[in-house]
Design a protein around this ligand. Structure first.
Ligand code: PRP
Ligand code: URA
Length: 209
């Protein structure tokens, strides 16, 4: 089963509290999501392999570490996953970005696909799937399924808030995928929203509610 990491760093939790508040503006919500994503990726990339290289400092030669492993790819799930890209790209500017467009049917709660464009060399990359909300898990599970169908193998899922139902779904459908979240909330309500959550992430991010 893929492990679940809850990143309860005080800075992440502080910023998440403001994101949850209904009174937070779209502008602040966007900025906070970018900042939290940047903080989370520090932990998500903790196990990236490094290799030793020699550089010349002004004083003399130094053996130092640089990243050695596969190239990275980010795959935000549209729309809300887009809000996590910029913060991460500040730390990993050479990552390639794929996009998967999915929306959740409001009645069935099943994901409906409307777009998929991934880097051509996806099988050579370590991939990080981004979506702030892991509710039923249907959207993230489908996105990971698309990536695997196109040859992606080494996949991590990074979400802001998860419901236990969503975590269980990913662990069952994709036991090879590690999950990183800033908070594991209580449950889903009858409309499939995370309780207490933060409401509709896409609408709050883009001011469409
Ligand atoms: C939201 C969210 C996830 C999905 C989570 O997207 O950003 O993609 O719901 O729900 P699930 O785990 O039950 O699938 P939404 O369908 O509202 O689309 P949007 O990002 O375009 O607003
Ligand atoms: N999608 C959201 O944006 N929020 C939820 O709580 C559940 C699904």
């Amino acid at each position: 089963m893929g492990s679940l990491h809850v990143l309860n760093h005080p800075l992440i939790q502080h910023k998440l509290s403001y994101m949850r508040a209904d009174s937070t503006s779209s502008k602040d919500f966007r900025e906070l999501l970018e900042e939290i994503s940047m903080l989370m990726v520090y932990e998500v990339t903790r196990d990236l392999p490094t290799k030793t290289v020699q550089v010349e400092t002004p004083i003399g030669p130094a053996d130092t570490q640089v990243l050695a492993g596969k190239k990275l790819g980010l795959v935000p799930i549209l729309r809300a996953g887009l809000g996590m890209v910029d913060g991460i790209m500040k730390l990993i500017p050479n990552a390639r970005i794929g996009h998967i467009g999915l929306y959740r049917d409001p009645v069935t709660l099943n994901p409906v696909e409307y777009y998929c464009k991934l880097p051509p060399d996806i099988e050579e990359r370590d991939l990080i799937v981004l979506d702030p909300m892991l509710a039923t898990g249907g959207s993230s599970s489908a996105a990971i399924g698309f990536i695997k169908k196109r040859g992606g193998t080494n996949i991590k899922l990074v979400c802001l808030i998860a419901a236990p139902e969503g975590v269980a779904r990913i662990q069952e459908d994709h036991p090879d995928v590690e999950i990183f979240v800033a908070a594991l909330d209580e449950r889903l309500n009858e409309h499939g929203y995370i309780v207490p959550g933060l409401g509709d992430a896409g609408d709050r991010l883009f001011g469409t509610r």
